[in-house]
Ligand binder design. Sequence first.
Ligand code: AVJ
Length: 333
Amino acid sequence: MTYLNSVNQKSETLENINYRSFLNEVLKGLSSSQKFLSSKYFYDDAGSRLFEKIMQHPDYYLTNCEHEIFDQQKNAIKEAFYKSPEGFNMIDLGSGDGYKTKILLEHFCQNDVPFRYVPIDISEKPTIRLVNEIKNRFPNLKVEEQIGDYFQIMSSLNLNTYKKKIVLFLGSNIGNYGYEGGLDFFITVRKLLTPGDKLFIGFDLKKDPQVILNAYNDKAGYTKEFNLNLLRRINRELHADFNISSFIHYPVYDPKSGAAKSYLVSTKKQKVSFRGEDISFEFDKWEPVFMEISQKYDLKMIQDMATMCGFKVQKNFFDNRNFFVNSLWEAVK
Ligand code: AVJ
């Protein structure tokens, strides 16, 4: 299938390469016997705005939990991050709008902690907004933002001034990799760290299944729109003709594995075509398209993942309801 071949010509512009890889991933997902799309592509401008709405909605408890942890335990976090007079690079993977990180930035700045802030995010607009705001609020803080793919950027980072790294991966973003994918993620990060470097991860914990399910089915319908928005984006950017109103948003949660999954389900037999690509896909009535996994964890899983991937758990920070944990790991030899 020629359309699956990645195009790698030197003369291609970055925009073109991004377009081709988006197209290739979408075509691959829709050609699969169990159709899927990648949640990585949720975050265009409209998607980022919808995600901010989700985070502000009370049904989506995750953001408030992590905010509470940072707000109430910022000093303990500072102490755990920083013992020696040696400064560090704080690398924030998927910094987004920085709503929670700003609590730490402010506390660290007020206490003269020597560090440099390196936010890395795939969406440009929220990152530029965040960087402008923190440069205004903390004029002495060194900020070096990077826009693009986490690993590509992390492996090419030129960290002068400080050698030590503390990598933040907040908000249960790790959940989008699923359990196995999470292990791969941690192993890849570990290779970019030296013993003594740290990884600070936000994990959403297993809890009342209904509470979890409601978080992916908020009453205002933002999560539904967030999922459907990817179809809109594909229509616009890849010239497809999804009929948005013939798909329903259907989240499920499996309390045993801890996997929350979202599907868009086709409510009728239909065909979706990609203009210009000369290709189309048949959808059966009630055929699902797998959109996203948001893995939930327990403490045993977290402990095991750390050990398997070359880390030790230094300290866990919980919210008052034990809904969420920010786990601080240290890279070991
Ligand atoms: C940004 C990956 C943490 O999975 O909870 C929110 C994304 N999807 N509502 C999550 C999301 C639907 C979110 N993460």
